[in-house]
Design a protein around this ligand. Structure first.
Ligand code: SF4
Length: 210
């Protein structure tokens, strides 16, 4: 665990964690070069987030549900919002926070959604001075809610990812494009042009070799 503390001026959008796990270049294009376009995947995600955004709070029995909750952690250097934070009433009368993040699609093979949710939990722990052992991801395609335990391994991965985002953004350098299967789902495909970049570098290499 890191002992470094960031200042308000250092804070980075929490969503950058998800972007860097997906692709370092995508993270740099969005958070260094401030490039953004919407495709069918991000549009569906945005609509789900807007639904989660539509009320401020509601109560259902022993659960209070807050929507669109502001988040911040000086330890991770992150700022953002949680779609939903449930507060579960405990036997001793106190309330246990339980973050829930809405995602389009279905559970992914990488940990990007879990890392983002864990970062939300770490922000809430710092803000509310409580421990948050678990939260949940809700997937639109499967309409299923998956509980996520914030164990030591996930917390370390989240801290490591936050550190990498800060290093990338501080460097100011956008990594070169590398075409892979995930590019087909990337909202920045038409701006990034990973195939063209690869062809262009091959072309330049051929000229140099000639
Ligand atoms: S198109 Fe591919 S290489 Fe380019 S930003 Fe997206 S995922 Fe990364």
């Amino acid at each position: 665990m890191t002992n470094k503390t960031y200042t308000e001026d250092d804070l980075i959008q929490l969503s950058a964690l998800q972007h860097i796990v997906f692709c370092e270049r995508q993270c740099a294009l969005i958070h260094i070069e401030q490039v953004w376009t919407e495709n069918v995947f991000t549009a569906e995600g945005r609509i789900m987030h807007e639904k989660a955004d539509s009320n401020k709070f509601e109560s259902r029995g022993n659960v209070r549900i807050d929507y669109s909750v502001p988040l911040r952690s000086l330890r991770l250097g992150l700022i953002g919002k949680a779609d939903v934070v449930e507060f579960h009433k405990k036997d001793d009368g106190t309330w246990q926070p339980f973050p829930v993040e809405y995602k389009r699609g279905k559970p992914k093979i990488d940990d990007c959604d879990k890392v983002q949710l864990c970062a939300q939990a770490i922000c809430l722990e710092e803000m509310l001075n409580v421990e948050i052992p678990e939260g949940a991801l809700f997937y639109g395609q499967t309409r299923r809610r998956e509980d996520v335990v914030f164990n030591t391994a996930l917390r370390m991965e989240t801290e490591d990812t936050a550190r990498k985002v800060h290093e990338l953004i501080t460097s100011g350098v956008t990594p070169k494009a590398e075409y892979s299967a995930k590019c087909k789902k990337c909202s920045l495909l038409e701006l990034c042009l990973p195939k063209v970049s690869r062809k262009a570098s091959k072309y330049l290499l051929n000229i140099v070799e000639e």
